[in-house]
Write a protein that binds this ligand. Sequence first.
Ligand code: ACO
Length: 435
Amino acid sequence: MDNSLLTITDRRTGKNYTLPVDHGTIRATELRQIKEDAEDFGLMSYDPAFVNTASCQSGITYIDGDRGILRYRGYPIEELAEKCRFLEVSYLLLNGELPDEKQLENWIEEVKHHTMLHETSKKFLEGFRYDAHPMGMFVSTVAALSTVYPDAKNVLDPANRRHQIVRLIGKVPTIAAYTYRHSRGFPYVYPDNDLNYAANLMNMLWKMVEPKYVANPVLARALSVLFILHADHEQNCSTNAMRSVASSQADPYLSVAAAAAALSGPLHGGANEQVLLMLDFIGKKENVPGYIEQVKAGKMKLMGFGHRVYKNYDPRARIIKWTADQVFQVTGRSPKLDIALELERIALEDDYFIKRKLYPNVDFYSGIIYQAMGFKPDMFTVLFAIPRTVGWLAHWDEMMRDPEQKIARPRQVYTGQPLRHLPEAKPTLNVAVLV
Ligand code: ACO
């Protein structure tokens, strides 16, 4: 018996079909041979929200959601978070292998070379109201870079793609910091290339009049770890947006802006901000059981809980809890942590959450750490977008090299009106009327 074949019997026609199975999947286009008659378009699969559809083959990130496993290019996330620098992990995601010492040094230098923004970018930002959400400013400013770098349109050239990738990785922290400075009315701070990636971001956010900003090394390392954890997560909503938009050969600035827009939603990267709002709403530990009851009654959501892929503890949430301990030793313990721990304790013992396999995800604890470090909740999703830019770009480059990929264009099941006609009495418009 050949285990790599699937036999389908079409009871409508009595015909049998044999389809190859590869990596646990059948090719959806194979279904098209299954027809009721010669006129028939052929069978399609219907999968709203891509719950059971692989849209690509990818060698970047591996997730086993049932066992709570996450690996970048084969390396467990726990090992990378403990032993690597963020730009080292970025190199790994983009190139498939960890850099040696010399390669890492060159890579860091290359990224640093691109941290400045064109001066006109500040003017885009100045057009935003003082209370504009930083994520809206981030998305728009990344998109606006498309006008600054028209050479980026040459997306079929691998060397050009690499150039834009380095530019984007260098510039997203600067854009992020400028959105914050704009919303506070502070002057923009230029990048300081003496500092590492995370410390430089902290410098651009928080430097005031001191001649040299010195980031707390524990907090800078914690930020780096958070960046590593957020760098990629295979075909999530925003990466799917990146691939979908870039499949039309739109330039990478516009595609990354589209991906960041997808990230901003409260069901995706926007959840970290929502968790903080939820913890504020709950207010104190004693109110947790009442909140859980409201969630179970369908009146609220437990933000930062649940995941499409993880049906077990999100491994990133475990590392974030450990990182929180390091951060709180510097900043003092956040009282919100007690509310979060109580929510987690009750939820993990409750049938509603157990049955639905709802566990804390990456966003449940990250906001508490960010807030303790001094970030405002409206910056949390921007902080997610900085490292995820690396993942989006790794997927973009992989997609552009994949000979099987084409413009993304799903099918639909049409459920609208059948053919109908306008009333004959309706007069034909002449040109004069149109004018
Ligand atoms: N609180 C309460 N109930 C939940 C939650 C939650 N956070 N998440 C899922 N459920 C329930 C649903 O109501 C549903 O119950 P039902 O079967 O009785 O209808 C069941 O669990 C399955 O949930 P779905 O919505 O079908 O799961 P899906 O895979 O479509 O959604 C999602 C995943 C969007 C992450 C969801 O769990 C959610 O909204 N979580 C809160 C927002 C959040 O934290 N998002 C961040 C995700 S991580 C990231 O993107 C970086």
